[in-house]
Design a protein around this ligand. Structure first.
Ligand code: NAD
Length: 305
């Protein structure tokens, strides 16, 4: 039987490539254009992408041999899953590969807000020494409100407990047993918002969670509270966030994800009590390596039947 052929269309960790080379002929072309992809996909049994390459219906229809579309990461936003399913093509990803990485980034953003790290950094680089300007707060003893206790939210629980935080969770889909096991208090969204010193969001973006946090929700929060979003842009209503920050309804916000990415022209860019990162929540070498290895192993299992 001729060897299966795999196209690596976006750059993935070397370990994933070498795993695949054990069972398949691997072609790495991480600069492939949409036109080139349409032309060459007919020769491949599997394609591995990250975020750059879009596996559209057109691509899928031009791929008679294709059996697997693998996204070496979380989510499959860049794959037309419906078109793939209609053709019986498996779509796989590695949702667990980045959980610790995103949890750590969320906690990094909490610390950046609590200790004003990014503005203090800027100030020192400007040649200043404004020790009195950067009085912070401890995480110890504060109440953390976690919206969504799935893979990432659970990793946040484990780590923030070690910081001495009391944890409230809002997640209508987790069981009482899961909450008890994690040692957290499950509550409704309103109570969580009223009582938390820091709120961190770890839910998917769905019609139900779009603008989950908007004007009414900010009004419920403490005026000393911070909010962190490393989940998806659109869960926080950014216009409402701007108003809440301007009016002092909350003390600060940290965002890794935005309604528009990049958030060009957003008024949030001008606020001092906001920490922003360019959707790097999953960007660690460990997470990328694990994502590549997980999808490579899944492809191997399918090929080996
Ligand atoms: P997950 O599916 O494991 O957990 C999501 C949790 O949210 C589940 O427990 C679910 O019950 C809960 N949930 C769903 N709808 C809810 C609602 N309306 N209210 C409250 N809770 C609700 O997902 P995960 O792997 O933990 O990922 C969480 C989010 O992080 C996703 O949006 C994902 O896209 C995002 N993410 C971001 C990055 C990044 O680079 N910043 C990287 C990876 C994942």
């Amino acid at each position: 039987m001729s060897k299966m052929k795999v196209l690596i269309a976006d750059s993935i960790n070397e370990k994933g490539i070498s795993e695949l080379e054990e069972v398949a002929e691997v072609v790495v072309n991480t600069t492939i254009t949409p036109e080139e992809l349409l032309d060459s996909i007919k020769d491949f049994d599997a394609i591995v992408v990250r975020s750059r390459t879009k596996v559209t219906r057109e691509v899928i229809e031009a791929a008679p041999r294709l059996k697997i579309i693998a996204r070496a990461g979380v989510g499959v936003d860049n794959v037309d899953v419906k078109a793939a399913t209609e053709r019986g093509i498996m779509v796989i990803n590695a949702p667990e590969s980045t959980s610790i990485t995103v949890a750590e980034h969320s906690i990094g953003l909490m610390l950046a807000l609590a200790r004003k790290i990014s503005i203090a950094d800027r100030s020192v680089k400007e040649g200043k020494w404004e020790k009195n300007r950067f009085m912070g707060i401890e995480l110890n003893g504060k109440t953390l409100g976690i919206i969504g206790m799935g893979r990432i939210g659970s990793q946040v629980v484990v780590r923030t407990k070690a910081f001495g935080m009391d944890i409230l969770v809002y997640d209508p889909y987790i069981s009482r047993e899961a909450a008890e096991e994690m040692g957290v208090t499950v509550t409704d969204l309103e109570t969580l918002l009223r009582e938390s010193d820091i709120v961190t969001i770890h839910v998917p973006l769905t019609p139900e969670t779009r603008h989950l946090i908007s004007d009414d929700e900010f009004k419920l929060m403490k005026d000393t509270a911070f909010i962190v979003n490393c989940a998806r842009g659109g869960i926080i209503d950014e216009d409402a966030l701007y108003r809440a920050l301007k009016d002092g309804e909350i003390a600060g916000a940290a965002l890794d994800v935005f309604e528009e990415e990049p958030p060009e022209g957003s008024p949030l860019l001008e606020l001092e009590n906001v920490v922003l990162t360019p959707h790097i929540g999953a960007s660690t070498s460990e997470a990328q390596r694990d994502a590549a290895i997980i999808v490579a192993n899944e492809i191997k299992t399918v090929f080996q039947g």
